[in-house]
Design a protein around this ligand. Structure first.
Ligand SMILES: [Zn+2]
Ligand SMILES: [Zn+2]
Length: 801
């Protein structure tokens, strides 16, 4: 027997797979019925701004296991790959490395393809798509035209978030706590003409179909919070001159406690309402705020700033005149740009009122809480005249109805989600297909003229004028108006990279069609995506936009479904030796080095063994050795069985069937770590001198999704002429698999709550783990401490809580 030489084996099989196009899946023949046998496996595609990092490697290995597993079950699995090759990351990489984005993008793509080959991932490369290819982005532009045609794309001057470092406008979603998502620079506010997509037309629908999605619950929650639905009311505070100041509040029940109003310094009524003697103070404050970035305005420090504008408005509930202030913590772009301040029941208002000695009036009593502010809505109203003693919820409803009778309140639902700004004043993206003509106005580029090609220019760098680099190129910029033939000019903004990735899944099955973005018959066969995997960092951006675009295309009759990814699983994060990986810590795991040292199979096995799919795990160099030893052991045992096919020990039959059952169920459920553990446990029972082919062949098939190269090599060593990829997943005999199982009664405080089936003789600790994970038991333990465990082997567990 030869030693296990991972590198030689991996090289050999990678060449074979490439030569034989082993991972290409044919399109279903025309007229072939749509059936469950078609499976579309998709993982979020990489940005080629550098080489693959550990997040990618984890992502694609997880997807690879699904791909192999489904194929072994007879599915035709479409598993394509592409590159999100437009956008800021690639352009910034180019600026940093001093090259052209095109050249750097394509160089990185080449390197990534090579890394993917070395990992042995089962990718169908015949369907590759790249966002920066004109054959792709002409359809991204087509998408824009469809939105424009149907009133879902519009242009307006709007305050936008501006990253002074990237010198570009950012989408709301790209601003995290007032900082640029990409470079962490504090974001400023500017006013520019922008193109927007009307995602707010779809807010309710995006929210409503969340519960229908088979998604990681963490992702659903992130998306729900991002859409940010809050119920409340708009209340009107009138000024003596008859001006109406509208505020939105989620707590109309506290209106009796509103002791002052705060407007954003940019609020359009400020100038008019400012008293003469306060003008200079107000002007000075407005100037001061303008120079501030949004970070310090929103998070700010403990000290609040603001000025009284010298006038008053009437509290609609009490009728009392309350002072009007302006303060930087109120932003014009959220809500109505004005708030009612209820210092007794809002922390920020409380600090402000304390600092400026404004009145604080308690209107909610919360039992057991004596210090202000109390912000709970679980109390009862006080100091609220006819509503005293009512609960906050009931009182709120009644107060809104009472004020509404006098035209001073309107029930309102507010969302955090704003329209999607898709304009970017950058170079590396698809030009927005719009032409401006003095006679005809805004003219869409006719579909037949697509793509509007991005010209290859050398001075692609942005500058701080806010004008796109494309405007500096007159031969591209000036164009004939498609309607009147007169001199016109092109839109110089390019679209957001999130638009590129909002529809890429539609393109893969139809890459060879050049006269349509996606072929209806192909789309019917393959879509929607059967299984989608990616990181939760895209939970609110990419996944939300994809759903929105899909809904629009469905409404316009281009798609037969309105949810692109009905099943999505977010993978966890990998840390190194217990710490988050970062360049500054110097603990970044570079995949290539591990492939070099251990081979792809060992590396893949270790990654999948690290922890549960959705949790990630702690990568330790000492841990990877265990997987290598396991593969070596399998190598030796299989060769032994291949050399002399002796009859294996019969008692191992049962263990084998039990293992097949466990590995099948766990792999299906994406619980890869426990599937690998089950294989390791099985191999530990196999003894030299007593292994048969029948005992190891199923093992090799089960190993293949995890460690495909060694599995292929061992499969051929066992004398098989066809590849392991053509083998069916092993079946198990339920009778054999469950022989020796016992049923255990599970009691909580002496009452029977559940029954569990476990192998006879299972250790108490393992039984307890299973018991505590049981949903029926969890309900009765309900987070309480287990005080005592009574355990009767193979019979009963009683938890005393
Ligand atoms: Zn930035
Ligand atoms: Zn014209």
């Amino acid at each position: 027997m030869k030693d296990y030489d991972a590198h030689a084996i991996e090289q050999k099989w990678q060449s074979v797979w490439e030569a034989e196009q082993s991972f290409h899946v044919d399109n279903p023949a025309p007229g072939e019925p749509v059936d469950d046998e078609h499976f579309y496996m998709l993982e979020m595609l990489p940005y080629p701004s550098g080489s693959l990092h550990m997040g990618h490697v984890l992502n694609y290995t997880l997807g690879d296991v699904v791909t192999h597993f489904k194929r072994r079950h007879g599915y035709k699995v479409l598993r394509p790959m592409g590159f999100d090759s437009f956008g800021l990351p690639a352009e910034n990489a180019a600026i940093k490395d001093g090259g052209h984005p095109l050249e750097i993008t394509e160089r990185n793509m080449e390197a990534i393809r090579e890394q993917m080959r070395l990992m042995g991932w089962a990718i169908d490369w015949q369907r590759e798509v790249s966002a920066h290819e004109p054959s792709y982005y002409r359809w991204t532009q087509w998408l824009f035209l469809k939105f424009f045609e149907h009133g879902l794309a519009y242009r307006k001057e709007a305050p936008v978030k501006w990253c002074p470092n990237d010198q570009t406008v950012l989408a709301n979603e790209q601003v995290i706590d007032g900082r640029c998502e990409r470079c962490d620079t504090p974001v400023e506010q500017r006013f520019l003409d922008q193109w927007f997509f009307r995602i707010t037309n779809y807010t309710e629908r995006l929210l409503e179909n969340l519960p229908n999605l088979d998604w990681s619950s963490s992702t659903v929650l992130l998306q729900k919070n991002w859409i940010g639905r809050s119920e409340g009311a708009e209340l009107i505070f009138e000024t003596p001159s008859g001006k109406k100041i509208t505020v939105f509040t989620t707590r109309p029940d506290t209106v009796f406690g509103a002791t002052y109003l705060v407007l954003a310094p940019e609020h359009p009524l400020v100038d008019e309402l400012t008293a003469v003697e306060r003008r200079s103070a107000v002007k000075a404050y407005q100037r001061e705020v303008q120079s501030k970035d949004i970070v310090s305005r929103r998070v700010g420090d403990k000290t609040k700033s603001g000025v009284f504008i010298g006038s008053y408005a009437r509290n609609p509930a009490t009728g009392e005149a309350i002072p009007i202030w302006i303060a930087d913590y109120v932003l014009m772009e959220y809500g109505t740009g004005a708030i009612m301040a209820v210092p007794a029941h809002d922390k920020r208002d409380f600090e402000f009122a304390t600092q400026f000695e404004l009145p604080i009036l308690q209107v909610v009593a919360v039992e057991g809480q004596t210090t202000l502010p109390t912000v709970s809505d679980g109390g009862v109203l006080m100091n609220s005249a006819p509503f005293d003693g009512m609960s906050c919820v009931e009182g709120g409803r009644k107060i809104v109805a009472w004020l509404a009778e006098r035209g001073l309140a309107t029930p309102r639902v507010q969302y955090r989600l704003h329209d999607w700004c898709i304009s970017r004043q950058r170079y590396w993206g698809p030009p927005i297909p719009i032409i401006y003509c003095e006679k005809c106005g805004v003219v869409p580029v006719p579909e037949k003229d697509l793509p509007v090609e991005l010209p290859l220019i050398e001075d692609f760098r942005p500058d701080d004028t806010g004008v796109s680099p494309l405007a500096r190129h007159e031969e591209w910029y000036f164009v004939k108006c498609p309607q009147c033939g007169g001199q016109a000019r092109r839109e110089t903004d390019v679209s957001d990279t999130f638009l590129d990735s909002a529809w890429y899944h539609l393109r893969y099955p139809s890459t060879e069609f050049h006269d349509r973005p996606f072929d209806p018959a192909r789309t019917k066969k393959w879509l929607p995506v059967s299984s989608y995997i990616g990181g939760n960092e895209h939970a609110v951006l990419h996944l939300l936009y994809s759903r929105f675009v899909c809904m629009v295309l469905a409404d316009l009759g281009h798609l037969h479904f309105d949810t692109p990814y009905p099943r999505f699983r977010a993978h966890g994060l990998i840390v190194k030796d217990g710490a988050k990986m970062s360049k500054s810590r110097g603990n970044v795991v570079v995949p290539d080095a591990y492939i070099q040292q251990w081979g792809a199979d060992t590396f893949r096995m270790y990654l999948m063994f690290l922890g549960p799919f959705q949790e990630g795990g702690d990568f330790r160099d000492s841990g990877i050795v265990g997987q290598r030893r396991f593969l070596e052991k399998v190598w030796a045992l299989v060769h032994e069985a291949a050399g002399a096919d002796v009859a294996g020990a019969p008692e191992l039959q049962q263990k084998l069937h039990r293992t097949i059952r466990k590995v099948s169920a766990d792999t299906e459920a994406l619980q890869y770590n426990t599937a690998i553990a089950a294989m390791m446990e099985y191999v530990n029972e196999l003894k030299h001198g007593a292994v048969s082919k029948a005992l190891v062949e199923p093992l090799v098939i089960m190993l293949a999704p995890y460690a495909p190269h060694i599995a292929e090599e061992l499969w051929s060593a066992l004398g098989n002429a066809t590849p392991v990829f053509a083998a069916r997943w092993p079946a198990y005999d339920e009778r054999l698999a469950s022989a020796g199982d016992v049923e255990i009664a599970v009691q909580v405080n002496g009452k029977l709550r559940s029954r569990l089936t476990v192998p006879r003789g299972m250790a108490e600790k393992d039984v307890l783990d299973r018991v505590l994970a049981d949903e029926a038991v969890k309900k009765f333990v309900d987070g309480q401490k287990v005080k005592k465990v009574i355990y009767v082997q193979d019979r009963l567990v009683n938890l005393v809580v």
